[in-house]
Design a binder for this molecule. Sequence first.
Ligand code: 5AD
Ligand code: SF4
Length: 490
Amino acid sequence: MTTKNKSDKDFSIYFQPPSLTDAKKRGKEDIKVHYNFEIPEDMQQFGKDKYYLIQTYGCQMNEHDTETIMGLLEQMGYQATDDRRQADVILLNTCAVRENAEDKVFGELGHLKHLKAEKPSLVLGVCGCMSQEEAVVNRILQKHAFVDLIFGTHNIHRLPNLLKEAFYSKEMVIEVWSKEGDIVENLPKKREGIKAWVNIMYGCDKFCTYCIVPYTRGKERSRRPEDVLAEVRDLARQGFQEIMLLGQNVNAYGKDFDDIEYTFGDLMNDISKIDIPRVRFTTSHPRDFDDHLIEVLAKKGNLVEQIHLPVQSGSNEILKRMSRKYTREHYLELVAKIKNAIPDVGMTTDIIVGFPGETEEQFEDTLSLVKEVKFDSAYTFIYSPREGTPAADMDDDVPMEVKKSRLYRLNAVLAEFSKESNESFKGKVVDVLVEGESKNNSDVLAGRTRTNKLVHLVGPKELIGKIVPVRITDAQTWYIKGEWVPASAV
Ligand code: 5AD
Ligand code: SF4
């Protein structure tokens, strides 16, 4: 725990910065699960008549952490606002996975500096993955000393205490634990709408050479099955229509249990018996995706036929240097097995172009893999060096212009397959979970198929929140169009 006086330049006396070297030493000690969380009594009214605003960057794990932070703040009496000037607490929940995500946060801090000058009582905090990086914390200390609070990904439950400290001490409060976190159950969560995220595990032990996540999120820790199942049952009782199970590498679920044999396939099998209409999961790692899981998914029911399976590259040499621990052939074999068991599966992926030293030929291997799998869609990225990761020290002779042009070429191929797959829906009647009005046209409703395709449909607003049959009439590149088929007409 650290409180640092903003005017003091000798930070090291007060502050043990987060250390990548420490993070790499994965401890074997038992993970402790805590069930007794409570907001300290003196903090339960701390936010009465006060407002908070949280800006979230990055992945769904971060979005879900924001729901926990909101839950904590609201139990302290705070209310949400969209108006920065009204806010008494502003938190930036940050992402470290690529440099441009970090740049956005530093840009935002530049803007918030003025707000803080106008309203000194404002508590301004930085949390999430960037806080776990030594270099980022040092930069905030040196260049953004107006920040009041920095906390990391392992100690969100400490927010009430930290906020109090930041409020009273008027000094920058920094609490970042570089040791892997325990699991804190029963934290409050503010969930809204018809879809809910459920963490099944935290952290990642894969250490892909380009990736910062194993350092910022700590070692793999699985939540106990009884805790996950109880949460899913509770969400079903509350009427949620869809849950998304979250983990950086869900296929490693349960590998850290030393008292029971219980895998991700077992968890999915147990969840399939719960009365919640749709269950998805993300993210999978091809190395750990086993036959038992495929068997369970093939039974379908509430386990929808969509699999996000990041491939990252189609070149064996690049996969090796990324330390992905599978080959192109293994990936293609796995996809074939999945498609054989679940023929109408929607496959999506993540791909990085311009990894250090990637040759034109190696990039073409990625293109050819994409053509072979025919993904429904993909998240594509230009490689971004992350300080402290092994890839950041690799020689990189690929000019940025070449990387950009590879991204462009890849996206063009992906767009073709997305359109082709969307065309195949024309004339079919599919179940769509109607999520709300379309972003650009309030006369049109937007929803998702079981395979996660975006659907724009014509129908009454009462359909929102329901799963209804929709006849697909038209296909665009990134979405399909249709019309509601009332049950009697199906
Ligand atoms: N540069 C570019 N993309 C990255 N990803 C992870 N680290 C990096 C990086 N350093 C991508 C991977 C991962 C997704 C969440 O982000 O494709 O699957
Ligand atoms: Fe990062 Fe690899 Fe872990 Fe995914 S599996 S979070 S890419 S280290």
